[in-house]
Design a protein around this ligand. Structure first.
Ligand code: ADP
Ligand code: MG
Length: 329
């Protein structure tokens, strides 16, 4: 038996709201949120469902951090600085107090790491799978939020970090089991279990980039979203896409080279890297922002007129991306 809703809130969630005066210690019906003067709120929501986005025996602290980080990644992609978040939980009878305390501990860790505070939420019970939803608010100078729609012809296409780590980790887990992956490719397993939102870099790119999104559906699919919103096409150079040493190593060892698994690099989701476009003149300042944020950036292609995303290999031949990224339905 777990304690009632109000005890849970007072014990585990009110402390997470202590740093946010507008939350009134979670003792009110709502929170009052005021952005810094001259700023507006960028707001996003992400939900996770047991059996779909996580498994019932996944560590609760990791589940918590993942759902919060998915939101932080969206804020970063708009160039917004994290401010506060709201948490809606539908819990079933398999959730006990230990689960809730570990879940809250995961949130506490990430609140510290990313400078965000809980501001409110809702708690209900359900006969179905555990369902979690986080709504996050960030602030950005008025009119400066980066959208998907601003890409212009001839802009460069950039990504942060390395691409395909999460999808290759999942592939390895499915084929060899978690244990072998944790022993031989711990970096990849980490990348899959706990993505790192680029919260420091996103806000530094405001004014330098023309369009931005995070990569959650897959590189080609998410670039396709930018292109569709901007009324442009894009051409990606496959061999310029940054891969981690782990992915290179295992592709060289266990696959017939990189191109045989191009699909996991181009269509695999869940990397939570930033994908953005910018005029070439912005390049030096983008590199500097990346250095200040200790994040790797790479130019991987160009925005072109027309529509759709073309991926070309070293010899200029087109690589087909049939699957087109992850879709729920
Ligand atoms: P209401 O009756 O208006 O729905 P609740 O009784 O659900 O309000 O919530 C009381 C307070 O506790 C509110 O401030 C709400 O934001 C907060 N709260 C409820 N559930 C959570 C949660 N899971 N995380 C954070 N805050 C919560
Ligand atoms: Mg309620």
């Amino acid at each position: 038996m777990r304690p009632g809703e109000f005890d849970l809130i007072a014990r585990y969630f009110a402390p997470l709201a202590a740093g946010f005066p507008g939350a009134a210690g979670l003792k009110d019906d709502l929170a009052v949120v005021r952005p810094s003067s001259g700023c507006e709120l960028a707001t996003t929501v992400d939900a996770m469902v047991e059996g779909v986005h996580f498994l019932s025996d996944d560590p609760p602290d990791t589940i918590a951090r993942k759902v919060l980080r998915a939101n932080l990644s969206d804020l970063a992609a708009a160039g917004a600085r994290p401010l506060c978040y709201f948490l809606s939980m539908s819990l079933n009878n398999s959730v006990d107090e230990v689960w809730v305390s570990q879940f809250a501990a995961g949130l506490a860790d990430d609140q510290k790491e990313f400078g965000i505070s809980l501001a409110g939420g809702d708690t209900t019970s359900t006969p179905g799978p555990v369902t979690l939803s986080v709504t996050a608010m960030g602030e950005v100078e008025q009119g400066r939020a980066v959208r998907r729609s601003g890409a212009g012809t001839n802009d460069d296409v950039w990504v942060t970090g390395t691409i395909g780590d999460a999808a290759n980790a999942l592939h390895l887990i499915e084929n060899y089991g978690v244990r072998k992956v944790s022993e031989e490719y711990p970096f990849l397993l980490d990348r899959y279990r706990l993505p790192v939102p680029r919260s420091a870099l996103g806000p530094r790119l405001v004014g330098l980039v023309s369009a931005m999104t995070d990569i959650s559906d897959g590189l080609v699919a998410d670039l396709g979203h930018i292109c569709a919103a901007s009324g442009t096409g894009a051409e990606l150079s496959f061999y310029d896409i940054p891969l981690s040493d782990d992915v290179r190593e295992f592709l060289g060892k266990e696959e017939k080279g990189v191109e045989s698994c191009a699909i996991r690099i181009l269509s695999g989701g869940d990397d939570y890297e930033l994908l953005f476009t910018a005029p070439t003149a912005s390049a030096p300042l983008i590199e500097k922002a990346a250095r200040l944020s200790a994040v790797r950036v790479a130019r991987i292609g160009n925005i072109v007129s027309g529509d759709g995303v073309r991926v070309v290999s070293a010899d200029g031949a087109e690589i087909e991306v049939a699957a087109g990224g992850w879709r729920h339905f």
